[in-house]
Structures are given as structure tokens and as C-alpha cells.
Design a protein around this ligand. Structure first.
Ligand code: AMP
Ligand code: ZN
Length: 113
């Protein structure tokens, strides 16, 4: 996706504050953090959102979740964390490249909106 912000970040064309990387996944600090720990986990392959996961590409989503667990271990998020993936307009998805927000470091509000 030539004009996708997160594809450009994954390709290193736009800098990010990287916290984790492997062949399939990149994770970096959110530019506008909503908690003391706010990390975005993205696949290097473009998928619009969680709503576009299929049996053919679900391994990509699985790689992201494996990375989430690895980051939680590396960052020692023993007190827990919240994982969010906004999908579509009503959820407020602003970047149309599937990503998972890891929020941690403070007790999080129970509200969903
Ligand atoms: P969402 O609203 O779920 O689509 O999340 C997009 C997230 O990307 C927001 O939390 C933004 O703060 C974050 N974001 C946008 N541009 C950048 C960037 N260049 N580097 C890091 N995070 C970004
Ligand atoms: Zn993309």
C-alpha cells in the first residue's frame, strides 16, 4: 500500500521509536501516548484491519499476538496490560493498517468508550 503510513514505517521510510522487531512484525511507541506504556504492534504485511482477517492471512495476526506476548515479557508488564485494535469508523480507526495498541503502566479505566 504505497500511501499507507504504517507500511512506510514498517519499511523504514518513516522513522519510529522502535521497541521490537522480527521478520513479520514491528512494534513502536505511539506518538500520542494514552498511558505510560503505549506501544503499537503492526504486521509488516498490509491488512486493513482485524475485520479483514481471513483463514489465508490469519497467520499474520497470530504473529502480531505472539509479538504482543513477547513484548509484555520483555517490558515486564506483570501488572497487566490492555490490548486494543480499533476497526473501522465507529471504533475511531485512524490508520487503515491493522495494529494493536498495548496500554499499560497505570490502572486502566473499565469504560469501553
Ligand atoms: P487508531 O486510532 O486505532 O487507528 O490508532 C492510530 C494510532 O497511531 C494513534 O494512537 C496515533 O497516535 C498513532 N500514530 C499516528 N502516527 C504515528 C506515528 N508516525 N508514529 C507513532 N504513532 C503514530
Ligand atoms: Zn499498510
Amino acid at each position: 500500500m504505497s500511501d499507507c503510513l504504517f507500511c512506510k514505517i514498517a519499511a523504514g521510510e518513516i522513522p519510529s521509536d522502535k521497541v521490537y522487531e522480527n521478520d513479520d512484525v514491528l512494534a513502536f511507541n505511539d506518538i500520542n501516548p494514552q498511558a505510560p506504556v503505549h506501544i503499537l504492534v503492526i504486521p509488516k504485511t498490509h491488512i486493513d484491519s482485524v475485520g479483514e482477517v481471513t483463514p489465508e492471512n490469519s497467520h499474520i495476526a497470530a504473529r502480531c499476538l505472539e509479538a504482543v506476548a513477547e513484548i509484555a515479557r520483555e517490558k515486564d508488564l506483570k501488572n497487566g496490560f490492555r490490548l486494543i485494535s480499533n476497526c473501522g469508523e465507529d471504533a475511531g480507526q485512524t490508520v487503515k493498517h491493522m495494529h494493536f495498541h498495548i496500554l499499560a503502566g497505570i490502572p486502566l479505566d473499565e469504560k469501553v468508550k
